[in-house]
Write a new protein. Sequence first.
Length: 317
Amino acid sequence: MKTELTYIQKVWQTVAIVVLLVVVILIARVAFNVLLMALAGSLIAVYFHAIGDLVERNTRLNRKLSMLISVFGTFVLIGLLIWFMGNKIQQQISILNDTLPATINNVKAQLAATPNGAKLLNHLSGENSEKLFNTAQRFFSTSFGVLGNLYVIILLGIFFTVNPQMYKEGMMKLVPASKKDLAHHVLERIIHDLKGWLKGTVFSMVLITILITIGLTVMGIPGALVLALITGILKLIPNFGSVAAMIPGILLALTISVNTAIITAIIYVVSQAIVSNIVTPLIQERIIKLPPALTIISQVVMGTLSGVLGIILAVPL
């Protein structure tokens, strides 16, 4: 015969369930950030293996040597770029530090001269400004800090690159024997699609950096190279990255003239359109059919949960 729980027992049971749910949610949130870093590390490993495939296919070298060239070649290339361009980048950053604050103050003064602009400035000041800052801080923060995350991601990427088969076999052990063939096929398909996405993304970042550098240099915008590098890096973030990259360039163009600012905006829009709608699909071989609204929603949700890392990984995830 089933005994009925007393009222006190039911209360304690309910409390225990609520506490358990809270603990599970907190653990899931922490684990979610760790899983995102694992995904980012996997993308780095996919990049190294894609370069290794390219080296092996064109040089007939063995796999281990091709992978060594892929990993060390990448770090050497980054080091050389920093060595040759570091001084110029530092100079342009100094120019931007001197120019941007004055430009922002100038824009504020022009907005304050109009009724609608004054309302906008009033809305963004005081408590609203503090709320906006706090929201942005939460939105672009991560659990371990950006540098800490980057360090862990690079280490994971190297470990995944050195012995990917061990991790694949570990994942396969979690799958029932009857489903192993299907799981292996799905895993290979995911790797293939990620290679295509990564190839298109890296090429897009390089190309948009070149286009913006040329365009802003022709227009005489100060700090053109730094602004172009910012645009290339923000290309990792669909939708929001393109908009954010335009703001400093247009603000600096306003210090020259309104017409220069308009032409600068056109340069950004046309360059982004060429890269996003023509070049990237050709490089990726096929367009991933993901509705724009779903992309934005996923970026907002992932950004709220995991900061900038979540925004970057929203599309490949």
